[in-house]
Write a protein that binds this ligand. Structure first.
Ligand SMILES: Cc1cc2nc3c(=O)[nH]c(=O)nc-3n(C[C@H](O)[C@H](O)[C@H](O)COP(=O)(O)OP(=O)(O)OC[C@H]3O[C@@H](n4cnc5c(N)ncnc54)[C@H](O)[C@@H]3O)c2cc1C
Length: 456
C-alpha cells in the first residue's frame, strides 16, 4: 500500500463511492468530511431516488433503455458540455443498483407499494440517510480513514500536481501530502455571498433545502489554480418550499407541489401564472424560479376544503381560516384584493362536458388562465401554504475528461486531481433537471473516479 493516501474531499455519495472503489483497488484512502459526524453525508442524505437505465427489475417498473434515458436528458437539460461523458453516465447507470447493493445499500422493490411507482428511477430503502450510513459502514470496514470536522481550506500545487492538502484553520489546522485528490465537495448552493451576487436583495427571500456546508470553497480553490470552469455560474435549481422552512437543511419534506389544486397569489393577492399549466414532474421547480420574482419572494398557495383533501401531507400544516377575509388577514394580504381574485376566478371557471374529470376543468376569459384542474374555490375552510424559492444545487463546476481528471483552462489535465459529483455535474447538464439525475451522477462519477487510480 502506498504511504501517501488518496485524499477524498467530501462526505456525500460521490465521495463515498470514490472511497470504496479506490480502496477496493488497494489504494490507501483518506476521506475528509467538513461536517461533524452527526451531519455527515451532504445533500445525499436528503435524497431518495436515482435514475437508471434498466431491463426488467424489481426496483422499477417496465424497461427504461439507455436511448430513452439519453433522450429524456437531452430534452430536459439541453446540450451537455461533454456529450461523451453524458453518454458514459447513462451507460454506467445500468450497473449502479448492483454496485450499490454490493456496497451494502438497500433498495426498495417497487412492488412493496411504499414508494411512488417509477419507471425511470429506483428508490433507496430508508432514503438517503440509510444509504449514507451503509456506505460509511462499508468504507470503514474496508479500511478507509474517515475524518469528520475536516474542512479542506487549501490545495498547494506544483507542476500540475497537488502536493499538499490543507485542513482547517488556526490552531487546529493540519495538512497532508496526497498521492492524489478526488474532489467530491458538492455544489455552492449554501453560499449566501453567491446568492447575493446573483440575486441582490432577493437573496434574503431564498432558503437552502440542503446542507449548510456546500459553500463551493474547494471549487473556488480549483478555479483559482486555473481549472476549467463549466456550467452556468449565474443559475441554480430552485424549487417551491414552505416559507416556514428552516434557513438550511429542511430537506425534501419542505417542498410544496400541489399548485394545480388551488390558486397561487402574491403578497398583493394577485395571480401571476397558470396553476394548471405545468406537468407533474417539473411543477415545483418552475414555481421555485417564479417565486424568486414575486414581491418579497413569497407566494401563497390558496386551497379550499376540497383542495386540502387532495393535497399531499406537508412538513407544516397550512394556515386555515373559516372564510377568505380571515385568511387574507392572516396572510397580511389586502382583504378586497384576495376576495376579488378568488371571485373573478370562480366566475371564470368553465365546467367541461365530463365534469367528473377534474383535469378538464378550465377558465374562460381570465388572465392568466387556469388551464387544468380549474375547480371553483368555495368549500370552507380555506387554507394557504406560504411559499419561497428553495435552492437545491448550483450549475457551476470544473471540467473533467473521460477519466474524471480535472481539466485546466488550456485543455490539459492536472496530473493527480479528479472530480466527482455535483462539483463536476455541469459537464453533464447545466440547465433543467430530470428526477434522480443528481444522485446517479454522484454515484457513477464517484465510482469511476475511484477506479481511475491504478498507479496508487
Ligand atoms: C432536499 C434535497 C433532496 C434531494 N433529493 C434528490 C433525489 O431524490 N434524487 C437525486 O438524484 N438527487 C436529489 N438531490 C440532489 C442530490 O442529493 C445531490 O445533488 C447529490 O447527492 C450530491 O452528491 P455529492 O456527493 O456530489 O454532494 P453532497 O452529497 O452534497 O456532498 C458534498 C460533501 O462535501 C462536503 N464538503 C463540502 N466542502 C468541503 C470542504 N471544504 N472540505 C471537506 N468536505 C467538504 C460536504 O460536507 C458534503 O459531505 C436532493 C437534494 C436536496 C437538497
Amino acid at each position: 500500500m502506498n504511504s501517501a493516501p488518496l485524499v477524498i474531499i467530501g462526505g456525500g455519495a460521490a465521495a463515498l463511492c470514490a472511497a470504496i472503489a479506490a480502496r477496493q483497488r488497494g489504494a490507501s484512502v483518506l476521506l475528509l468530511e467538513q461536517a461533524p459526524r452527526w451531519q455527515r453525508g451532504g445533500n445525499t442524505r436528503h435524497s431518495r431516488n436515482f435514475r437508471i437505465t434498466h431491463d426488467i427489475t424489481p426496483l422499477s417498473l417496465g424497461i427504461y433503455s439507455a436511448a430513452e434515458f439519453r433522450a429524456d436528458l437531452d430534452r430536459a437539460t439541453g446540450t451537455a458540455s461533454n456529450p461523451a461523458l453524458r453518454q458514459l453516465l447513462v451507460d454506467e447507470s445500468a450497473t449502479l443498483t448492483e454496485w450499490l447493493a454490493g456496497a451494502g445499500v438497500q433498495l426498495q422493490p417497487v412492488t412493496a407499494g411504499r414508494v411512488p411507482p417509477s419507471r425511470r428511477t429506483a428508490f433507496l430503502r430508508g432514503g438517503g440517510t440509510a444509504m449514507i450510513n451503509a456506505l460509511y459502514a462499508r468504507a470503514a470496514e474496508l479500511g478507509v480513514m474517515i475524518r469528520y470536522d475536516s474542512a479542506v481550506t487549501g490545495l498547494q500545487f506544483e507542476d500540475g500536481r497537488v502536493i499538499r492538502v490543507e485542513v482547517g484553520r488556526g490552531a487546529g489546522a493540519w495538512s497532508v501530502t496526497p498521492a492524489g485528490v478526488i474532489v467530491a465537495s458538492g455544489g455552492a448552493q449554501a453560499n449566501r455571498n453567491w446568492w447575493r451576487e446573483r440575486w441582490g436583495a432577493a437573496a434574503a427571500g431564498v432558503v437552502n433545502r440542503g446542507i449548510p456546508h456546500a459553500d463551493g470553497a474547494v471549487l473556488n480553490l480549483l478555479l483559482q489554480q486555473g481549472a476549467q470552469a463549466v456550467g452556468d455560474p449565474t443559475q441554480a435549481y430552485l424549487v417551491a418550499v414552505d416559507a416556514r422552512s428552516p434557513a438550511d437543511d429542511g430537506g425534501i419534506v419542505t417542498r410544496i407541489r400541489c399548485m394545480p389544486r388551488g390558486l397561487v397569489v402574491d403578497a398583493h393577492g394577485q395571480r401571476r401564472y397558470d396553476e394548471g399549466g405545468d406537468t407533474a414532474s417539473t411543477r415545483y421547480a418552475r414555481w421555485g424560479q417564479r417565486l424568486l420574482q414575486f414581491p418579497g419572494q413569497v407566494g401563497y398557495l390558496l386551497l379550499d376544503a376540497r383542495g386540502l383533501r387532495e393535497a399531499p401531507p406537508a412538513l407544516v400544516p397550512p394556515l386555515r381560516a373559516p372564510d377568505l377575509a380571515v385568511l387574507a388577514q392572516q396572510l397580511k394580504i389586502p382583504v378586497p384584493a384576495l376576495r376579488e381574485t378568488v371571485m373573478a376566478y370562480n366566475a371564470a371557471v368553465q365546467p367541461p362536458a365530463d365534469a367528473a374529470q377534474a383535469l378538464n376543468w378550465h377558465t374562460v376569459g381570465l388572465e392568466p388562465p387556469k388551464s387544468r384542474y380549474a375547480l371553483p374555490l368555495r368549500e370552507r375552510p380555506f387554507a394557504a401554504y406560504p411559499m419561497r424559492p428553495g435552492i437545491t444545487f448550483t450549475y457551476h463546476g470544473v471540467g473533467v475528461d473521460m477519466h474524471l481528471r480535472v481539466l485546466r483552462s488550456d485543455g490539459s489535465s492536472f496530473e493527480n486531481v479528479w472530480a466527482a459529483g455535483m462539483v463536476m455535474a455541469p459537464n453533464i447538464f447545466s440547465s433543467g433537471y430530470v428526477s434522480g439525475l443528481a444522485l446517479t451522477i454522484s454515484c457513477v462519477s464517484g465510482r469511476l473516479a475511484g477506479e481511475q487510480n491504478p498507479h496508487l
